[in-house]
Design a binder for this molecule. Sequence first.
Ligand code: HEM
Length: 462
Amino acid sequence: MSSCPFHQPFFPQPLKNKASLFFTFFKKRRSWLDGLYERSYTMKMGRVKMPGLDLHVINQPDLVHRVLVDEVKEFPKNQLLGHLLEPLLGESIFTTNGEQWKKQREMLNPSFEMARISHVFGLMNDAVKEMSQGLHANGSVNRLDIDPEMSYVTADIIFRTILSSRLDREDAVSIIEAFSIFQEETARTAMRTIFKVPQWLWFLTGESKRIKAGNEIRDVLSRIIRPRYDIALAQKGDERDILSSLLQAVDSDSGERFTFEEILDQVAMLFLAGHETSASALTWTIYLLSLYPDIQEKAYREVISIVGDGEFEASKIKQMRYVTNIFKETLRLYPPVGFFARENTHETTMRDKTIQPGASIVVSPWLIHRNPDFWDNPNGFDPDRFNDPKSIEKDTYLPFGMGARICIGASFALQEAVLILATILRDYKIQLQEDFSPDVVGRLTVRSANGMLIILTKREGR
Ligand code: HEM
């Protein structure tokens, strides 16, 4: 594996021992990662029990498979998450269960078929070209925080591919800020709910800020969707983007279409799930590339050998195996969705332990991806481990989830990420700014709390 003499990828040092509940409450309000301790990374199963909460963390692959794949009906999505995300996402596919989820998934699936993803490549590429022009405008040595740039370009891609609408900078800034408030406050609301802080005390907290932030994002989306929804009711729409296919989607049993509120819920969810996760992963990939110049050079050479100075195309992006492996390895070290929460519906047994109905089950790719029983050098960065997918132990790599609830946008995300990375790699050398170290926090996604300060230096001839 390529090594870096000065840096190792940032890994928050776990506590030596399990923290007290009081400590956990205050620490985890900032980030759930702060409550992890050394054994969290090696245990097969762990439990957090307190009044009103019975939570089991499972790291053992066959149990993970059982919960996410074999017994998906017995372990539906945890309702707390749905409740927390409701001000922003309403009743969207990310949090619904049972028949409601099934219908939503059937109606969304056609929008994410491979053909359509290749079809939206041109729209993605337009957004990435604009990102690249913006970076070029700042001269040959550009010192910047890359994190907001990644949030902007991924949000712009979602706007263009789902809504055929460009995201202007002003709307972007307000949406991205609103979402950052929503994430931060949601982590606190989660802890208040879990620790049963009485509702009447919530007015002292950021709850109203959280609801307002959710509404602000929905208002921007609603302004764009409303006119198209009204037109689609009157006539058959065109097929230009993902919204068109949502507007035309028909429930196979009832023959009904999505209502306006349902469309708004799904678009808000696609916006959130589609840009926040990708932005997080891209920022961490750029960080890792900055730490490993030799890996960066090899990736650059791959990009040049496939496209040279020419245009990017969907088929060429698929050929970029090494850049793809770099992205996959980043998703292992910094999985944007750090944990999945499910609810147990029936008394059952796991590793000789009785799990009560109503107990929460947590599967954490963050923990599983760094477990030394499954991975050599688990905290090191080694894209080559993905050269042979068979060498990866079954059910130990799950950045996109598994089973019926697997990410619908995984192919979309891979295509977009490789395109953005290839565009940056072709034009620039990437370095980390002197003395900068990221501060990883686990909120709805795994982000760097202090951004990602880098230096982009234009390559000769670009
Ligand atoms: C690197 C980028 C991404 C990552 C790491 C990611 C990860 C995930 C994960 C882990 C889940 C399942 C969560 C669970 O089981 O509890 C999920 C679900 C989902 N993701 Fe993604 N995602 C990414 C990008 C996207 C994109 C680009 C879209 C759409 C444009 C998207 C749409 C969705 C949807 C709709 C679901 C819910 C699926 C269902 O429950 O049926 N994601 N994603």
